[in-house]
Ligand binder design. Structure first.
Ligand SMILES: Nc1ncnc2c1ncn2[C@@H]1O[C@H](COP(=O)(O)OP(=O)(O)OP(=O)(O)O)[C@@H](O)[C@H]1O
Ligand SMILES: [Mg+2]
Length: 229
């Protein structure tokens, strides 16, 4: 599903150049569950953004679902992203002015799905995340764990093949964090590829493979025993 070759990302601002990623070579296969760990500033979010087609690398190749995308335009990337990739963020990133139902419906609106099918799909996703009873609530009326469940419903509603999660439990207490991790593990069992950035060794235990980044480099990759325990 994902392959990078000598991937490099340099941010240039007026005063400084920052090399966020340097010579990253990775392969992530269909159906994998990978965790990315490493100290603050080592390039985890940068890597996730490039994997999610939100940003282009400065140098190197990025292959996503058989497309080499490093020279794709913004528009081409958006096209490929739609329906294929779902994002989950530490801060949930729900739209406060929209209800739970409307938040989850958004990706389907972008895809031009008709209203009857939208309703079915949104309800199925909310059902799967145990959030149907809050469908008419606004995000601010929900607990953190509930907001993240809605965000997961939004990430999966269009049948994304790849879920990218950037510290999905970072703002949750351990019980709600575990609940979110169990939902991600269930999605993975059902075939969705997951790449998750985390600072928590406990959360990383849910993954099959842990990739350690340091200073923009991959330093180690470990396969884990007792996956999904
Ligand atoms: N838009 C940007 N412009 C300039 N530099 C940036 C930009 N985004 C990130 N960086 C720099 O790139 C490096 C990697 O940042 P990144 O956000 O990927 O780190 P991270 O591993 O996700 O850290 P954290 O664990 O704190 O979230 C950092 O040194 C950061 O300062
Ligand atoms: Mg980050």
């Amino acid at each position: 599903m994902i392959k990078t070759k000598n991937l490099k990302k340099v941010y240039v601002t007026e005063e400084v150049e920052t090399t966020a990623l340097n010579d990253v070579n990775l392969e992530i296969k269909d159906g994998e569950f990978c965790a990315i760990m490493g100290p603050s500033g080592c390039g985890k979010s940068t890597l996730l953004n490039i994997m999610g087609l939100l940003d282009n690398p400065t140098e190197g190749e990025y292959h996503f679902m058989d497309h080499e995308i490093s020279d794709h335009s913004e528009r081409e990337r958006a096209q490929l992203r739609k329906g294929n990739i779902g994002f989950i963020f530490q801060s949930f990133n729900l739209i406060d002015e929209l209800t739970v139902f409307e938040n989850v419906e958004l990706p389907l609106l972008y895809l031009g799905v008709d209203s009857k099918e939208r309703k079915e799909k949104v309800e199925a996703a909310l059902e799967r995340m145990g959030m149907m009873h809050r469908r008419n609530h606004f995000p601010q009326q929900l607990s953190g764990g509930q907001q993240q469940r809605v965000a997961i419903a939004r990430a999966v509603v269009a049948n994304a093949k790849l879920i990218l999660a950037d510290e999905p439990t970072g703002n949750l207490d351990s019980d709600h964090g575990d609940e979110v991790m169990k939902l991600l593990a269930e999605l993975n069992d059902a075939g969705t590829t997951i790449v998750m950035v985390t600072h928590s060794p406990h959360d990383a235990d849910y993954a099959r493979r842990v990739i350690h980044l340091f200073d923009g480099h991959v330093v180690t990759e470990n396969m884990q025993e007792g996956f999904h325990v």
